[in-house]
Design a binder for this molecule. Structure first.
Ligand code: HEC
Ligand code: HEC
Length: 202
């Protein structure tokens, strides 16, 4: 699994390095001209996000979450958690630190204002009957998992990302939410799998 992740990310990491190199050039240029380049520099940083999260945050990689249309407060919390290490994912801890506090808020707002990508027809066909646990999850994730203030949108996030996120909560690898750790530890791997399949097809 470690090896798979590394292989998946090799091309994207090269892309990031190229964009970051371009960014440091423009950052130096901005320093030379006081008070200029700030919005341009922010746009350049968003391009770095898009290398992995896809154009406008519509991810094409099953291990990288969609950001487009995600809850703003959730995005803000995750970026803070990556910065502080409360959510410990090496690549994102590094990425989150390129954002100033103001840029962090602007990035969250930028992605939250976009719409969630339309569901592909194949996913509709795959949608199974709802597992019994659905009603419990919807208390926080809202009806049809569209997300809201209490919890993020999950509907239409990829199966691979969802099932791995649930496993990490269950095993304590991701521990930035006490509620989610408890809930995931209380259900079996087979139940997590069924939930991830169902939710990814919504
Ligand atoms: C090199 C690839 C890469 C780049 C570049 C990148 N990310 Fe990520 N991002 C990831 C991966 C992988 C995850 C999933 C982490 C995990 O598995 O828990 C993630 C997760 C996230 C999450 C959490 C979403 C969720 O549903 O929990 C947010 C928010 C996020 N990234 C924002 C950003 C922003 C903003 C930028 C640009 C400043 C950025 N990312 C750049 C790879 C990247
Ligand atoms: C008590 C409220 C609550 C309930 C019930 C709940 N969740 Fe969550 N869930 C949350 C919160 C809050 C988060 C965001 C945690 C964080 O800050 O990282 C979350 C995050 C998640 C994530 C990670 C999303 C991402 O983008 O990384 C998944 C997957 C998830 N929940 C699945 C489920 C499933 C499946 C159920 C039902 C079996 C469930 N949750 C029940 C509150 C809840």
């Amino acid at each position: 699994m470690g090896r798979n992740m590394t292989n998946n990310h090799v091309p994207t990491v090269f892309g990031v390095l190229v964009v970051l190199a371009a960014l440091s050039v423009s950052a130096n240029a901005a320093e030379a001209i006081p008070n200029s380049g700030s919005p341009a520099e922010f746009d350049a940083k968003l391009l770095v996000c898009n290398v992995c999260h896809g154009e406008s945050g519509i991810s094409k990689n099953a291990t990288i979450p969609v950001l487009s249309g995600q809850q703003e407060s959730y995005l803000v919390k995750q970026l803070h958690d990556f910065q502080s290490g409360a959510r410990n994912v090496e690549v994102m801890s590094w990425m989150a630190t390129i954002l100033s506090p103001t840029e962090l808020g602007s990035a969250a707002a930028y992605f939250a204002k976009k719409s969630w990508p339309a569901r592909p027809a194949a996913a509709a066909a795959a949608a199974a009957s709802p597992p019994a646990m659905v009603a419990v999850c919807e208390v926080c994730h809202q009806q049809n998992f569209v997300g809201g203030l209490p919890a993020p949108r999950l509907a239409g996030q990829s199966y691979d990302y969802l099932v791995d996120a649930m496993r990490r909560f269950a095993e304590g690898e991701r521990n930035n939410s006490g509620d989610m750790t408890k809930i995931m530890a209380a259900i079996s791997p087979a139940e997590r799998d069924a939930m991830a399949r169902y939710i990814s097809g919504l």
